[in-house]
Design a protein around this ligand. Structure first.
Ligand SMILES: [Ca+2]
Length: 118
């Protein structure tokens, strides 16, 4: 289905923003830090199961989605916790976020038609 012009404009904006984030390390670090701080409610510099679960539940609620089950949250946690120390560091969240943004860029690119020539 073809995109409406406003949808295409929004998608293009998102695409450009993601490309910038992925190519500019200081911009990426700023976003990573903001997301991490948002999840780290105990402010101890690492994320635990409870913090991640609360964040996922809140994000789902904001998006009008049903929150995943506790066991699903544990699964997500294990995937993020690359060194298995039962805590998620900024670096570990960064690995995930970079993959996530790259995935979103690919999705945007697929939806956007190549620019038409006059
Ligand atoms: Ca860890």
């Amino acid at each position: 289905m073809p995109l409406k012009p406003e949808e295409e404009a929004e998608l293009r904006y998102t695409y450009d923003a993601l490309i910038t984030l992925l190519s500019d390390d200081s911009a990426f670090d700023a976003v990573l830090h903001a997301v991490f701080t948002n999840i780290d409610s105990k402010r101890d510099g690492t994320l635990d199961h409870k913090e991640l679960q609360r964040y996922i539940a809140e994000t789902c609620e904001e998006m009008g989605l049903e929150a995943p089950h506790r066991s699903q949250c544990r699964g997500i946690f294990r995937q993020l916790d690359l060194n298995d120390d039962n805590a998620i560091s900024t670096e570990e969240l960064g690995v995930f976020l970079r993959h996530f943004f790259q995935e979103q860029v690919a999705i945007c690119a697929l939806k956007l038609r190549p620019p038409r020539r006059p």
